[in-house]
Design a protein around this ligand. Structure first.
Ligand code: FAD
Length: 515
């Protein structure tokens, strides 16, 4: 192991990412102190997160791989026991007055996502931490200040039963900030690191609902799917839970939420029109209205920053470093992957290579980590923003399905080509996110060339036809008529092929390989 024994590592935030980071540090022999703003979520008296974070999440390969490498053999088994496999999306809609659903498998190789209860996963991680003798957990402690040159942090301690709080000064060798999108560690780090920072609130808000089990205590929908009611600029989704409920989320532009808020009587007609089959089959009308009013309508933030560290003192991980919109189901997975990547870098920079200076080794490791991870975090942030269109709109488009079909068949039948859909690379592999983006662009270019060749073929046929019949058209229809014929024979079919193949443009490129 690279890190020296006994290094004092302070982790801020006991969410999934902070808890896993604490496990990694503890397994390397660090003296780990984990500070968490809230109470212990395993304690029934602790106020639950209650809709400040989605309850059910999709756990995929990157998150699983990070836990696989946590040196805690029982961890993955414990996590898997509490998950439900989701093999694909099930799209719901209505055609000619009839409800329909269509399953779209995620992967030709049968790989799947796992629906997991966020709180349950967090509890399992905390249980594993509790077994480590070199870890101390400090709940009800809020980071209120940090000096990253003197390696000091200040926490307000609300753990006593009285309403007052006391302040604690804590010394650390290394601080890991995993305190979420509104990170205090990041805020203080910015005073030391020359950090570029940007945040964006997208125009979509989300509100959670619960679909109860059927009266015979079974799932009301097939349980091994992520269910989607696509609506174009909005959507409704449902993810299964172990108690046979579904956690559903309504994603809607802020202005639409505002109009529904102003006229609550329009909520049921809105659902009936846009999400057929939900009301009253899955949720009763009064229950839908009640949950809509009771549950908050929350914003979605996307954060990018660089670097993620300062010198040898501190690094930020998870949402603290790269909160993203949830449309790729990668926020937590990427955060857990941060932990694995960070410790890979720390392990690859042993103090023995730096004149036995742990700080010098850590600084080099953090530098390398930040350089790699900021690029990858920005890539998945962008992919997540783009995936909203795929989930809410493209999944019902024949063109999307055609491209998915072609890409999957290439993956299945000619594996030597190394062809894979972007989705499977993101969700079922561990390729760097920025590499996934590049691979997708490469494949896109090839598809584009093939399309242009097809267009070229159509145009060629059109031209042959033009040469053969042009004089006849001129004679019959004059210049204008002949030009119209030309358009219909040459331009329109060419453009149509491009649009059909999902190129989404009416521009006409007659020359193969031009785009
Ligand atoms: P958090 O979970 O936010 O944990 C941060 C912790 O730090 C909290 O416990 C907080 O109390 C504590 N803290 C905050 N401030 C302080 C302080 N000053 N001092 C001490 N402690 C502090 N991700 C997926 O991978 N798959 C999905 O399917 C998915 N779906 C989602 C759906 C929705 C609607 C949303 C909103 C998000 C979704 N995500 C998903 C993202 C996922 O929820 C987050 O990426 C993940 O929870 C981030 O974990 P974290 O540990 O970095 O931060």
């Amino acid at each position: 192991m690279a890190a020296p024994l006994g290094q004092r590592t302070v982790v801020v935030g006991a969410g999934p990412v902070g808890s896993l980071a604490a496990l990694y540090a503890a397994s390397r022999g660090d003296k780990v102190e984990l500070y968490e703003l809230r109470g212990d979520l395993r304690d029934p008296s602790t106020t639950p997160l209650n809709f400040t974070k989605s309850i059910n999440l999709a756990l995929s390969e990157r998150g699983i791989n990070a836990m696989r490498h946590a040196s805690s053999p029982a961890l993955l088994d414990a996590v898997f026991k509490e998950t439900i496999p989701m093999y694909g999306r099930m799209i719901h809609g209505e055609k000619q007055g009839k409800l329909f659903d269509e399953a779209q498998l995620y992967d030709v190789h049968g790989r799947f996502q796992r629906a997991v209860d966020r709180g349950g996963l967090n509890k399992t991680l905390l249980d594993s931490l509790e077994e480590m003798p070199n870890v101390t957990l400090h709940f009800n402690h809020k980071l209120i200040g940090a000096d990253f040159r003197r390696n000091l942090a200040w926490f307000s301690d609300h753990s006593s039963s009285s309403s007052s709080s006391s302040e604690k000064e804590v010394h650390f060798d290394f601080m890991i900030g995993a305190d979420g999108a509104h990170s205090a560690v990041r805020y203080h780090l910015m005073k030391y690191a020359r950090m570029a920072y940007s945040q964006e609130y997208i125009d979509t808000l989300w509100c959670e609902f619960q679909i109860p089990p059927s009266p015979t205590n079974t799932f009301k929908l097939p349980s091994n799917y992520l269910h989607i009611w696509p609506g174009g600029s909005f959507m409704f989704i449902a993810i299964p839970s172990l108690d046979k409920t579904f956690t559903s989320t309504l994603f809607l532009p802020a202005s639409l939420f505002a109009s529904l808020d102003a006229a609550p009587e329009s909520l049921i007609p809105f659902f009936t029109k846009n999400f057929p089959g939900v009301v009253p089959d899955l949720i009763s009308e009064p229950e839908l209205l009640k949950q809509y009013k009771q549950n908050p309508h929350l914003p979605l933030i996307s954060i990018k920053c660089s670097p993620h560290h300062f010198a040898a003192s501190a690094v930020i991980l998870g949402d603290a470093a790269h909160a993203m919109v949830p449309f790729y189901g990668q926020g937590m997975n990427a955060g857990l992957e941060d932990v694995r990547v960070l410790f890979d870098f720390l392990d690859a920079h042993p103090a023995s290579d730096y004149a036995d200076s742990p700080a010098a080794a850590r600084e080099a490791a953090l530098e390398a980590y930040s350089a790699q991870r900021t690029t990858d975090a920005a890539a998945i942030n962008d992919l997540a923003l783009r995936n909203y269109k795929e989930m809410s709109h493209d999944v019902v488009s024949p063109l999307y399905r055609l491209r998915k079909f072609v890409e999957e068949k290439l993956d299945q039948w000619v594996p030597a080509l190394g062809w894979a859909t972007q989705y499977s690379r993101v969700s079922f592999g561990n390729m760097r996110y920025s590499e996934v983006e590049k691979a997708t662009q490469r494949q896109g270019k090839i598809i584009s060339r093939v399309i242009n060749l097809a267009v070229g073929g159509v145009v060629g046929l059109g031209l042959v036809s033009l040469l053969r019949r042009g004089p006849l058209w001129m004679a019959r229809h004059g210049w204008n008529g002949a030009a119209m014929k030309l358009a219909s024979v040459v331009m329109l079919p060419g453009a149509l092929v491009r649009v059909m193949m999902g190129q989404g443009t009416l521009l006409f490129y007659p020359f193969p390989g031009r785009t």
